[in-house]
Design a protein around this ligand. Structure first.
Ligand SMILES: Cc1cc2nc3c(=O)[nH]c(=O)nc-3n(C[C@H](O)[C@H](O)[C@H](O)COP(=O)(O)O)c2cc1C
Ligand code: SF4
Ligand code: SF4
Length: 299
């Protein structure tokens, strides 16, 4: 069996989940290819994403695709990748496993929307996985949510997921069903709300990241950490090189700037919502969908 994994991971947690999947598949004698699209211009801009995917994606039976949850949705770059997936047939099997990492607060419709895109691309979702990880926006707040995750518990869930993926893929093909409907696990009012409030709508007015040139020491950390290559350097001066609409508000530049030269207004919103235990965590933190009885112990 051959597996390809595509991942977008602004702050590294979804990548860690992808690497745990890779290790677990390899432990089960599976050939695995992992493509990390973070900071990769070919997958973030332009109209040739499908061609790049066709060039880079190895022959596979199963495709795993994952990204972080941002504002109740899966981060939009990974939806864009799903939208440009080459058709199954020939080199590519049609079985897909979407996975998301999230800060444990709410994963809402992230898996559900991935399931719909997968179906639209004539592939079948055979399992969906949500993994609770550190909430990156709480890194500098008094209440760091899910610090240290993914850890042992999440590794166990990933191992169980791999077992189920292999079992499903080995079934008679005609008996393998698309299970995308099981990804609609959030309560109906929340699902309706996030269907109405797109990620773009929620984040739009905060995409105002700027550099305080008086404080900037030109270390270029922001250039190297930005997952969508917003920064550039010319004559030793750092500037924002892409239209602000491309910023995904990941806060990597803000967190890594050694001289507090990045203005990032969204942190005030995060403080308001997430500090001092105000945010309630999603009841079931990490899970595999569709649910089966023995999963109950992970609650
Ligand atoms: C802009 C932004 C929005 C986020 N929105 C949510 C959210 O709606 N629910 C949640 O539980 N976590 C949310 N998070 C936390 C991330 O989903 C979580 O930390 C994830 O593991 C980050 O993945 P990465 O390290 O691969 O970037 C958000 C983080 C950022 C930066
Ligand atoms: S990380 Fe901060 S100090 Fe370093 S180049 Fe970027 S803005 Fe300037
Ligand atoms: S500019 Fe900063 S907040 Fe925006 S995507 Fe880049 S690193 Fe993230």
């Amino acid at each position: 069996m051959r597996v390809s994994i595509l991942v977008f991971s602004p702050s590294g947690h979804t990548l860690k989940v992808a690497q745990l999947f890779k290790r677990e598949f390899q432990n089960n004698d599976t050939i695995v290819q992992l493509i990390d699209i973070t900071r990769n211009e070919n997958y973030l801009e332009g109209s040739n994403i499908k061609e790049y995917l066709e060039e880079e994606l190895d022959k596979h039976d199963i495709l795993l695709i994952g990204g972080p949850v941002y504002a109740g949705h899966v981060e939009k770059n990974i939806l864009n990748i799903l939208d440009h997936l080459p058709e199954p047939g020939g080199k590519y099997g049609d079985l897909v496993v979407p996975f998301v990492s999230y800060g444990g607060v709410h994963s809402s419709i992230a898996l559900e929307e991935m399931g719909k895109y997968i179906n639209k691309k004539k592939r079948k979702s055979i399992l969906g996985v949500k993994i609770a990880t550190k909430h990156t926006l709480t890194q500098t707040l008094s209440n760091i949510i899910n610090d240290g995750k993914p850890g042992k518990l999440e590794e166990e869930i990933i191992s169980k997921a791999v077992e189920r993926i292999i079992m499903t893929a080995n079934k008679d093909y005609n008996k393998i069903k698309d299970v995308g409907r099981s990804f609609s696990y959030s309560k109906l009012p929340e699902r309706i709300l996030f269907k109405l409030l797109s990620q773009e709508f929620i984040h739009k007015k905060y995409k105002t990241v700027s550099i305080d040139t008086k404080k900037c020491i030109g270390c270029k950390k922001c250039v190297s950490v930005c997952p969508v290559n917003m920064f550039a350097c010319s004559d030793n001066k750092i500037y924002i090189a892409r239209d602000s609409s491309n910023c995904i508000l990941c806060a990597e530049c803000y967190h890594s700037c050694p001289s507090s030269a990045i203005n990032y207004q969204y942190i005030e919103k995060a403080k308001e919502r997430l500090e001092d235990g105000y945010a309630k965590l999603e009841k079931e933190q990490s899970a595999i969908y569709p649910k089966i009885k023995e999963d109950e112990s992970w609650k």
